[in-house]
Design a protein around this ligand. Sequence first.
Ligand SMILES: Nc1ncnc2c1ncn2[C@@H]1O[C@H](COP(=O)(O)OP(=O)(O)OP(=O)(O)O)[C@@H](O)[C@H]1O
Length: 262
Amino acid sequence: MGGADTGQGPGAPADYILETRGLTREFGGFMAVRDVDLRVRRHTIHALIGPNGAGKTTVFNLLTKFLTPSGGTISYNGRDVTTVGPAAMARLGMVRSFQISSVFANLTVIENVRVALQQKLGTSLHFWRPKRSLYSLHARADELIEWVGLETYRDVLAGDLSYGRRRALEFATTLALEPELLLLDEPMAGLGHEDIARIADLIRRVSQGRTVLMVEHNLDVVSNLSDRITVLTRGSILAEGGYAEVSQNPAVREAYIGGAHA
Ligand SMILES: Nc1ncnc2c1ncn2[C@@H]1O[C@H](COP(=O)(O)OP(=O)(O)OP(=O)(O)O)[C@@H](O)[C@H]1O
């Protein structure tokens, strides 16, 4: 991550996986998001922060197609996807955590991951090879469970997992969809110290060879993980840059002091 190396050398145009132009959303005349030009560079961890009510969730919902923009465009891998729906976006590789929000409490860890993998298979035209698919599906499920560190909980019901482990399981089911761009909505919400460290480590590992865009309130996490940060206030971009730069910006400090907390 670090220098967001796109392998294109200095002076080459940056490689943006996701770009918005003039992204706007009104709610009954109130501009929750106003003219946002957001650019997310491939293979970086990009954080969207801002005080309460800044419009982060609305931007997130616009990007993940849970809301329709009132104006502006969204492009993904250079293609205009403004009117593409959430399921089609997932097939294109842009996956919202926890898209299958459904970690099913009454299924075990392994069963949950298999369901996610089957969902992926169902969308990828391999249905005529059930036996082979099933074999690779079992192997892949075990691999994902190990990857998120849940191998000793393989046969435990998801509903019996601790909050942090359940989030790890959500990562496994999200990864089953093979995202190219992963959108994380407050991945640390509700987690204690130890779980935060574990999930931060997972996000860092997940980001290898992928792009992560996250809305996150925990500024320690943001400063540790992010290559780039966009600060929103009152629906618009106030500042953008690395953590050191953004956190020293007087306008950002002012916005945070004016608006309760991150
Ligand atoms: N469905 C809606 N109808 C009307 N107003 C809305 C709606 N959704 C969001 N808003 C308003 O838009 C503004 C931005 O809200 P949003 O939830 O995007 O902010 P946020 O930065 O995610 O805030 P928080 O950090 O508190 O979650 C707020 O003033 C909110 O009240």
